[in-house]
Each structure stands twice: as structure tokens, then as C-alpha cells.
Design a protein. Structure first.
Lengths: 385, 312
């Protein structure tokens, strides 16, 4: 069935399909309608929704519900995710799955409450003290917002981690025609439960990149939950070996499973000289630009990245086919993610297209960049930056 | 008591709330800001405003804006930001009042920690909450100031919980002055602003601020609605000195609360039988009358104002 819905509505539908049964949130433009829509979606008693007194309470309630086994979601925007920061660290420490939607605004602080941007891509990656990694996905439109919300729940449950889904004002509040039921999705994942045999160690793993089995707090097994550094038994520790093991595990659990987290769409041409890499809101313009440029007879490849963190290294390398001479990265920020791409593909000419004033990057700007290949190559890389 | 109107016409930019602003028709905040301006009689306050409709007002210049210095604080921290300004203003011996102008979300909910702390430190700030009982700026979600039974975008069948008694909370901080202000009673409103201005320390003023968009009411009925709220007893108009001496300024006149409820579609789920609101009025007045009897304000409380107004 084709529907005409907003990105925020698509996120609610994706969450419901993933089995989300607890949402806590605090009003903030442009994320508020997720909270309003969830109230409607849970009206049949299928879940609990709480409007809290502030953002600290919103994510706090989510952590509490997730500790009992619930599939939880909270949605906010820049000012709110700033207040989430400490609790995101707590969720990391306690290996608690939470799906966090960040409907990005333009700029820092209040910024443009009703203006769009993709400025939180680095903030999302480094949102906690210590900078331990969190999987970060980025929607490009209502349809991908739906699919990625579902995927975010699976990643959160599978790796017992907070997952951030980046959306933005323009996706959140723009209606698009979608057919959600036609989307093929993998089976929904629920945390691996601990068996009741033997002594229970709430954070025990055989290998650093493994994920500990889950037992709900208050259940038959004794679960300890703490934001302080702890051993596999959940008890505070000053044993450096245990500290090292715990922190390396928090990193390895995400980085060591990076290959399984890659979500991209590759539209590659083996003889292409130019590769356009896009994510978030700039992706729509990139698709259109690639299409137009191909009609003009240019050989262009296009890679859309949905999983920003960890960086999808395998897909990136595969997209740099032998004839690629140049990569164009349009972004609605100061060119934040292009630096990551530069690290991944050294020796390739990389051009950054940026816009930060709340407006969109138009396809023509990308088309011009693609078609000026000869002029730009002669000028050298430095001038292109 | 007579409030003497200013005789000198103001320039466009001199108004605290400039003409041509983008506030909705019938917004209680607009009345409150204009009367605040009038009561301050030419004095320019520094406004500190957290996220709320009031900071949208500031943002749309040149079609709107405030004619006074305005600082936008984060949602949770207007009393903290104002405390910082106040500390330095004291060192510099600056006299102009520092006023937090905040909605109910920023006062009752997210901002209550910094509000409580600033009150506990007895900061030299006037804190004015224009309480429209809703998150008006983000699409009308419930707040802890939303009355029982009111439909909001997150309480689709009417809110189940009662309105938080913020006046009791603030009185509990033993601040020098706390009062409720009605946008249907100008003399009382202006007197309280002047009294707050003349008082040192932390002052808390609560305005019930009609929001036609959120209340689903008619803009031209806003002041009538507040008049009805006062007369029915739903919004008691009173003041508390040092957090422990009470004076009730107006008594309800048995106007039925139904008159208030039926003019707002937000009450559609309880309009037929607003029993919850009636119980709330009863309990509230039992409490207030008890307090005013046991701990009455003295004749000295607010008395200097008589001379102050005469001198004008």
C-alpha cells in the first residue's frame, strides 16, 4: 500500500515493526511528532509511552526499561542529545540496547530549530566521554528512515549497545510516498538470554568482540548495573587487567563486528572515473546529479552510506574501482565525514561540497563538480579542498 | 489605587514588546509583556528567556523582537544564566532588573532544578512564568502544569494527573515574594510587578496565560477566560511573603467552572462533568484559606507600594 508520510511517521512504523514496546521522550522540534505518533501507535496497549520532564529523564527511563528486556526508543534533536550524553555512556557501560533518533537541526545550541543540516555526524560518533564507539546510521529519506529504524533495533539488541539513527528536520517533517509493507527486512533480533545454569556473570564474554548474554534486572539471576568501571561480575574494580579487558571489549564489540554493520547502496560503473559518496540529506541531490550526469554521457559511480560508524571500509574500498580518479562528497555540514573518506582512500583526489546555512545542496552543484573533472584535476587537490 | 498611564508616546523601538510581533492573537504572554513594560515605567530590564514561545518572539526581528536586551538560555538553565548576569551586575552596581521570562515547560519541568537552586541562593532575579499549561512551542504536548482532563497531543483522552502546585514549591523556598497574576486584572497585575521590582532577592510571579492554539479557544475570549478562571476559583490570585505569609487578593464568586471549561475544546473529554477540576478547586481553596488564616500577611507586607504609586 502506498502512503504519503513524514520521516518521523516512518520511524515510528519501523520501531513498531521491530517490536519496540517502550518509548520515552521530551518535546523538541523537529522530533516531537515521533512522540505524538507513538502515543497513537501504542494506544492499543502494545507499548508504553512516557513524556518525561526533560531529556535526562527520557533516556534514563529508556535505560531502566531496556534493563528489564524492553525494546526501547527515544527521539530528540541537537540540544536534547547533548543532555543524553552522560546516559548514553551509562548505557554503553551497562551494555544496554537503546535506539536513539537524532532529528538534526542546523548549527550548535538551539541553532535553527526548524532548519535542516547533517552537522551531528561527528558528535554522534563521539557523544560520550572516552569516545567508545556507538553504531551510527543515517537516513536519507522516509523509506530509509523506516528500514534503518528497524535495523537499528536489530543492531542494538544483537550487540547490546546504544545505536544512534541520524535523521534531520527535512526528512523528519517532509511527506514522501512510500510503500512500507513491500520492504523486505531481516528477522527481528532479540537479545541472547542467559541460561539459568551455573554462576551468572552479567558481563562475561569468551572473546572481546563477543556480546554477554542478557538477564533482566530483578530476575532470578543477580544482575549488577553500574556506570563505574567493573569486571565481568558487574562489581566495581581497580584491577587493571579487568579494566583493560572491559574497555577493550566495549570497543571490540563494535569495531570487531564492523563488517556485519555495513549498510550501503552501491551503484557502481566499472569504468567510472568519478565516484560520488553521499549520506543523509545530500543523498537525494547526489542521486539526481549522478542520473543527470550519466545522461550527459559521463561515467560516474555512486555510493550511498547508511552506516556512518563504524566507517564501512569494505564497501568504500570496493567502490574505488581501478579507473576512479576522483571522489566527490556532498555534505550538509563543514565537510566532516569527507575527512574519514580521505583516511580510507589515500591517493585519490577528493572534493568536498558543503552547505551549512539550512538550505539544501542542489543537484546542479554536484553535476558541475562531476563535469569539471578536467579543469579541477589540472588545478591540483589542494585548491579543491 | 490608580495606576497613572505614561503620557509620553513611545517610539517603536522603546516598547519592551514591539508592535508587529509574531505572537498569536489572544496570547496571554503578549498581555503580560505589555503590562510588565507599563509597570516598569521606562526602566529597561534584561530578559533571560529559555526555549519557549517567548524566545521565538525575540527571533523574528525586524517584524518583531524585544526593545530590551534579551539573552536566550538553554531550556533548563535560564535561572542559572540570569544568576551569572546578576552576579556581575551587582559588582558593576547596575540597577536594571534581571527578569527570567519562561513558560511552564521551562519552569515546572526541565528548568525546575536551576529554578530551585537560584531561589535557594536568593538570587536578585525576578522570575516570571507565563503558564499556558502546555508545550505550546512544539505542538501542544502536556506539561506538569497541564490541568487534569485537558487533551494535549500526548494526552489524547485527557490528562490523568493533576497540575503541579508550583506556588507551594516556590513558597517552600522561603523566597521574599511569590504571587499569581491575572491578565484580566490589570491593577493587581501592575501592582505586583512594581512590588516585585521594589523587593530584593528572588521573586517568583506566575501568570495563567491563555493559549488559543493549545487551549482550542477563541482568541478574543482570552481575557474573559482568565476572568472566569479567577472567579470560579480555578486560578487563585494571591501573594506569599517570605514563603510564609499569605494574602488572598480575590475571592471566587461561585461562577461555575463549567463556564471556563465549555469555551475550550481541550476540555472536551471532561466538559460534561468536570468533577476533577471541582475537587481541585475545593482542595486548593481549603489549603489557601487555611494558610491565609494561620499565616496571614501583615499590613507591612507590600505596604510601601501605596506611597510608591502615589509618588508617580
Amino acid at each position: 500500500m502506498r502512503e504519503f508520510i513524514t520521516g518521523n511517521q516512518a520511524i515510528v512504523r519501523g520501531a513498531v515493526r521491530a517490536g519496540c514496546n517502550f518509548v520515552a521522550g521530551y518535546p523538541i522540534t523537529p522530533a516531537s511528532s515521533i512522540l505524538n505518533e507513538i502515543v497513537r501507535a501504542f494506544a492499543d496497549g502494545s507499548g508504553t509511552v512516557v513524556q518525561t520532564e526533560d531529556e535526562i529523564a527520557a533516556i534514563g527511563q529508556c535505560i531502566g526499561a531496556a534493563m528489564t528486556g524492553a525494546k526501547v526508543l527515544t527521539a530528540t534533536s541537537g540540544p536534547g542529545i547533548s543532555l543524553y550524553s552522560e546516559n548514553i555512556g551509562l548505557a554503553q557501560m551497562g551494555e544496554t540496547p537503546i535506539v536513539i533518533v537524532d532529528c538534526q537541526r542546523m548549527g550548535p545550541a538551539t541553532g535553527g530549530a526548524t532548519a535542516t543540516g547533517d552537522g551531528d555526524v561527528m558528535f554522534a560518533r563521539h557523544v560520550t566521554s572516552g569516545s567508545y564507539p556507538i553504531p551510527v546510521l543515517a537516513a536519507t529519506d522516509a523509506m530509509s528512515a523506516y528500514r534503518l529504524t528497524y535495523e537499528a533495533f536489530n543492531i542494538a539488541e544483537r550487540l547490546r549497545t546504544p545505536v544512534i539513527l541520524l535523521s534531520s528536520k527535512a526528512i523528519a517533517m517532509t511527506r514522501q510516498t512510500v510503500d512500507l509493507e513491500s520492504v523486505e527486512l531481516p528477522a527481528a533480533i532479540t537479545r541472547q538470554r542467559a541460561t539459568s545454569n551455573g554462576t551468572f556473570q552479567p558481563y562475561h564474554v569468551d572473546h572481546p568482540s563477543d556480546v554477554p548474554d542478557f538477564a533482566p534486572i530483578g530476575g532470578s539471576q543477580r544482575v549488577r548495573f553500574t556506570g563505574s568501571i567493573h569486571g565481568e561480575d558487574g562489581v566495581l574494580t581497580i584491577d587493571r587487567k579487568k579494566i583493560d579487558a572491559k574497555l577493550k571489549h566495549l570497543n571490540a564489540k563494535i569495531v570487531g563486528n564492523a563488517a556485519s554493520l555495513e549498510l550501503v547502496e552501491a551503484d557502481l560503473d566499472d569504468s567510472a572515473e568519478t565516484l560520488v559518496i553521499s549520506y543523509g540529506l545530500a543523498d537525494g541531490a547526489a542521486r539526481e546529479a549522478v542520473k543527470q550526469s550519466r545522461e550527459h554521457g559521463n561515467l560516474v559511480s555512486h555510493l550511498t552510506i547508511f552506516s556512518l560508524w563504524p566507517v564501512p571500509e569494505i564497501a568504500l574500498r570496493a567502490a574505488i574501482t581501478p579507473s576512479i580518479r576522483r571522489v566527490i562528497v556532498p555534505e550538509l555540514n563543514l565537510g566532516l565525514y569527507v575527512e574519514e573518506i580521505r583516511k580510507q582512500v589515500p591517493g585519490v583526489l577528493i572534493e568536498s561540497i558543503q552547505r551549512i546555512d539550512g538550505g539544501l545542496i542542489y543537484p546542479q552543484r554536484i553535476v558541475d563538480a562531476i563535469e569539471q573533472i578536467e579543469i579541477n584535476a589540472a588545478r591540483g587537490e589542494e585548491q579543491l579542498r | 489605587m490608580t495606576i497613572i498611564a505614561e503620557s509620553k508616546p513611545k517610539e517603536y523601538c522603546d516598547y519592551l514588546l514591539r508592535p508587529g510581533n509574531t505572537n498569536c492573537a489572544g496570547c496571554g504572554m503578549s498581555i503580560g509583556l505589555q503590562w510588565l513594560d507599563q509597570a516598569l515605567a521606562g526602566e529597561k530590564p534584561t530578559l533571560v528567556i529559555p526555549a519557549c514561545c517567548g524566545i521565538v518572539t525575540a527571533g523574528a526581528f525586524p517584524t518583531s523582537g524585544y526593545g530590551v536586551p534579551t539573552a536566550a538560555a538553554t531550556f533548563a538553565s535560564s535561572p542559572a544564566l540570569a544568576s551569572g548576569i546578576s552576579a556581575i551586575a551587582a559588582i558593576n552596581k547596575e540597577k536594571n532588573p534581571i527578569i527570567c521570562w519562561a513558560g511552564d515547560g521551562g519552569t515546572y519541568d526541565i528548568g525546575i532544578a536551576t529554578l530551585s537552586a537560584a531561589a535557594e541562593r536568593n538570587e536578585d532575579i525576578i522570575y516570571i512564568c507565563y503558564d499556558n499549561e502546555i508545550y505550546g512551542n512544539t505542538g501542544g504536548q502536556r506539561s506538569s502544569a497541564t490541568p487534569e482532563g485537558a487533551v494535549t497531543s500526548t494526552t489524547k483522552s485527557g490528562k490523568g494527573e493533576r497540575k503541579k502546585d508550583i506556588m507551594a514549591i516556590m513558597a517552600g523556598h522561603r523566597i521574599p515574594y511569590a504571587a499569581t497574576l491575572s491578565v484580566a486584572h490589570r491593577d493587581d497585575f501592575l501592582r505586583k510587578i512594581k512590588l516585585a521590582r521594589a523587593t530584593k532577592g528572588f521573586r517568583f510571579l506566575l501568570i495563567l496565560s491563555p493559549c488559543p492554539t493549545g487551549w482550542k479557544s477563541e482568541p478574543d475570549e482570552s481575557t474573559d477566560l482568565i476572568s472566569t478562571a479567577v472567579r470560579s476559583g480555578l486560578f487563585p490570585v494571591y501573594e506569599v511573603f517570605d514563603g510564609k505569609r499569605y494574602r488572598i487578593n480575590m475571592k471566587p464568586d461561585e461562577t461555575p467552572v463549567e463556564d471556563y471549561v465549555k469555551k475550550q475544546k481541550r476540555y472536551r473529554s471532561v466538559a460534561a462533568d468536570p468533577k476533577g477540576l471541582k475537587d481541585y478547586i475545593d482542595q486548593q481553596w481549603r489549603y489557601l484559606i487555611g494558610m491565609a488564616k494561620a499565616f496571614p500577611a501583615t499590613k507591612d507586607d507590600g505596604a510601601f507600594l501605596a506611597t510608591d504609586v502615589k509618588a508617580e
